[in-house]
Write a protein that binds this ligand. Sequence first.
Ligand SMILES: Nc1nc2c(c(=O)[nH]1)N[C@H]1C(S)=C(S)[C@@H](COP(=O)(O)O)O[C@H]1N2
Ligand SMILES: [Mo]
Length: 452
Amino acid sequence: MRELHQPGQLHPAPENFIAPSLLDDITKHGLDAQRRTFLRQSFLAAGTVMLAGRAHSQAIDQSAEGDPAILNLPPHSTSLGNPVASSPYGQPSRYEANLQRRESPGLTRVGAASVSFSPLQGMFGIITANGLHFERHHQGWVDIDPSQHRLMINGLVKQARVFSMDDLMRLPSVSRMHFIECGANTGMEWGNVAVPTVQYTHGMMSCCEFTGVPLSLLLEHCGYDKKNGKFILAEGADGSGMTRTIPIDIALDDVLVAYGMNGEMLRPENGYPLRLVVPGVQGVSWVKWLRRIEVGDQPYATKDETLHYVDLMPDGQQRQYTSIQECKSVITTPSGGQTLVGQGFFNISGLAWSGRGKIRRVDVSVDGGRNWRTARLESPVLSKCLTRFNFPWTWDGKPAILQSRAIDDSGAVQPRLNQLRAVRGAKSIYHNNAIQSWQVGINGELRNVHLE
Ligand SMILES: Nc1nc2c(c(=O)[nH]1)N[C@H]1C(S)=C(S)[C@@H](COP(=O)(O)O)O[C@H]1N2
Ligand SMILES: [Mo]
């Protein structure tokens, strides 16, 4: 795993945003009845996918007898529909109201600082709808007047400059599809906590088409110091004082100063009007409400890279500046909390990604990793972007364990959880890219399990 430099000294463990009491609760007692109900409700939408599958096959079986739902004409087939623009900004169907980003019952919310997870179990393809993009705020989100917003570039530059949004939006722009994953995604699984659903195991991840100005263009424009400029510092305008160091080679490579997300302006929760897009790098470096970029000759060692976002190793040392999101994949349907409603055919579908480049291959196992077969990768397969994979499976009604294993074009293979723990210990928070296991019971219910 890539590191910018070795830690020079020991650092205290980072502040853990997982509430120890709730963690104990889930670990010792499992989920209580109230939470179970909550989770059942939150995954109703996902369950609907499975039920729809059954309805479909029943419809095929019963077509000779006649299905009332196809024979009777409902009122919507015999009347006028709603006029255009009665919903000037389009909303999802009311039948999709359960598909929501959600806060995990196992995480603390400190004031406005918290995290909401994307409902991966109910999403298709590779693009995250803007209203379902995960959120991670260290000090809450803000809605900034773009006419008042400014970006300064200073430090080791010939000419420090301040840009307005108008200045930035007249410059040449590019659009690129990339995933963003919080370094803490899948963080609870380091220990013996197996959170119940893919929304909470992997939902601190989203993928969008971002539009903006290449940072290289702005740095050139300001005449950055090519000899001594080795790092940049990115700073956000929210109350968290979010600041991150990024090596200049990454900054000049594919980093964007972005204002667009999936064809419209960024949402306030995701950094409106300006955020940094740092492809392949953990979410924390994608500074939102971006207000300043400083060019420097060494890493800045800010609070967000010394106290937070460091990896606690088994020997008590902390790894710093571990920023690349390594090769990873997960089966999103069927997944924990969902139920197979009968034997027979199910399409296994999931997502694979790597901060190092493109996904080369994804293998799927239905027997806990004893046998693997290659899944079908759906196009497009893009660098530092989610790749959708599909795998046909016929469930025979017996217990099964579903897993996916990704391999990227650098040759990196997604590790088993215990392989990762052997190197990194079980007390880390960040950069868990282990293979995820979903156990299928004879009742068809899927749950998250950690294999030996
Ligand atoms: N200014 C600022 N930028 C920020 C944060 C923040 O709290 N403030 N959170 C960071 C973290 S930890 C992550 S994972 C991503 C989350 O981006 P999102 O909320 O758009 O999903 O933004 C990063 N950028
Ligand atoms: Mo994060």
